[in-house]
Design a protein around this ligand. Structure first.
Ligand SMILES: Cc1ncc(COP(=O)(O)O)c(C=O)c1O
Length: 374
């Protein structure tokens, strides 16, 4: 086998996971039917997204469309929510899982937050640590990725979800749940979304952030927020002051893809595509390193490990590069007050784009890099 560099660095959908031809067909039909609408601004003045798209997203998540606000990708949802939730607080604290999605931390810090990590276990946050932290300071919000987390692959278990929602009500903080990978479950039963649990817990506040990037196409740039009815309007006012109007064409095409069942069909297809890659990745890690993975994900894009190394992270990454590996720096997934266990490197290993032999070859190279001492 001739494998050049093994890329463990990018969490993007592989080409074969995006139904480009079908989306192109829908786009062409929309362009023919409604050119005047899609080449005009979207309505100005508290526009919360294309009406049909909000209805389809409402159906997809079984929520009232009036609770949906559409963004240009979910990272923008995070940015708008951070602006919305942090605007009146001075140096507010934001709690995140450690490790977590690095771009989210950058956004929260840009909006003036002190971001602090709570350790993540195989089934979600360490709740003892969280309760301890809540006793001294109540955060502006807690950011979690409860399904097949980026970067660890961890899914928050049902009991922990219930306790998180209870704590939100008891202490009066908001939970942001970011769920781009939720639908990519290959086996097992999905725990209840935090947003659904909050609906029956008096005083709990959960805002849900979703995305079509991992289930349909990242190029359409469709993300969204599901919140109580006032939230879409508050976000619409903020959004209009930044970009005036979203791109109507992309939202209308996304609406048609949901309405025609393309998203559901594509989900079926990519679950079948990714499951063997997931199984092979879990097996390769287990055979080479034993049980050092943070969890067996059963879905999503990522397995992750705390890999014992004989050098510091910098030297390990240099050794990995020499072995022909492209890795993301694992410590970058930890907020500044957190770190992987001493003597280990945290590694996010995306499996969604790698065939089993390529992944196994990557793991062999990792083992070789980890063995190298200074
Ligand atoms: C947890 C998480 N949130 C948000 C995003 C951004 O997605 P989008 O393409 O919707 O902006 C990603 C992308 O990888 C992600 O992993």
């Amino acid at each position: 086998m001739t494998v050049q560099t093994v890329h463990f660095s990018r969490g993007i959908p592989p080409r074969e996971a995006i139904p480009s031809t079908a989306i192109a067909g829908l786009t062409s039909a929309v362009l023919t039917a409604e050119p005047d609408r899609v080449f005009q601004y979207a309505p100005i003045g508290r526009h919360t997204g294309d009406q049909e798209l909000r209805e389809q997203l409402g159906k997809f998540h079984s929520v009232d469309p009036d609770r949906v606000f559409v963004t240009n990708g979910s990272l923008q949802a995070l940015d708008l929510l951070a602006a919305h939730l942090l605007r009146d607080a001075s140096e507010p604290q934001v709690l995140v899982e450690a490790p977590t999605y690095d771009r989210a931390v950058q956004i929260f810090r840009r909006h003036g937050a002190r971001v602090s990590g709570v350790p993540l276990r195989h089934d979600g946050l360490d709740l003892d640590v969280l309760r301890e932290r809540l006793r001294t300071e109540v955060p502006a919000f807690l950011y979690v990725i409860p399904d097949f987390q980026n970067p660890s692959g961890v899914t928050t278990g049902e009991d922990k979800r219930r306790e998180l929602v209870r704590l939100s009500a008891e202490y009066g903080f908001t939970i942001l749940e970011d769920i781009p990978y939720r639908e990519l479950r290959f086996s097992g039963t999905a725990p209840t979304p935090l947003g659904d649990l909050a609906a029956s817990a008096d005083g709990a506040r959960v805002l849900t952030i979703g995305s079509l990037s991992k289930v349909l196409s990242p190029g359409l740039r469709v993300g969204y927020v599901i919140g109580p009815p006032g939230t879409p309007h508050a976000l619409a006012v903020l959004a209009e002051s930044i970009y005036l109007s979203p791109a109507p064409l992309l939202q209308v095409v996304a609406a048609r893809a949901l309405a025609d069942g393309l998203v559901r069909q594509n989900l079926e297809r990519i679950r079948q595509l990714f499951q063997p890659r997931h199984d092979a990745a879990v097996e390769a890690v287990r055979q080479t390193f034993g049980d050092i993975h943070l969890c067996i994900p059963d879905g999503g894009y990522y397995v992750s490990v705390h890999l014992p190394i004989r050098t510091d992270e910098e030297a390990f990454l240099a050794a990995a590069r020499n072995e022909g590996l492209a890795l993301t720096r694992g410590s970058a997934f930890y907020p500044v007050d957190s770190a992987p266990p001493p003597g280990t490197a945290f590694l996010r290993l995306p499996f969604q784009a790698l065939d089993p032999e390529e992944f196994a070859e990557g793991v062999r190279r990792l083992a070789a890099a980890a063995e190298q001492a200074v």
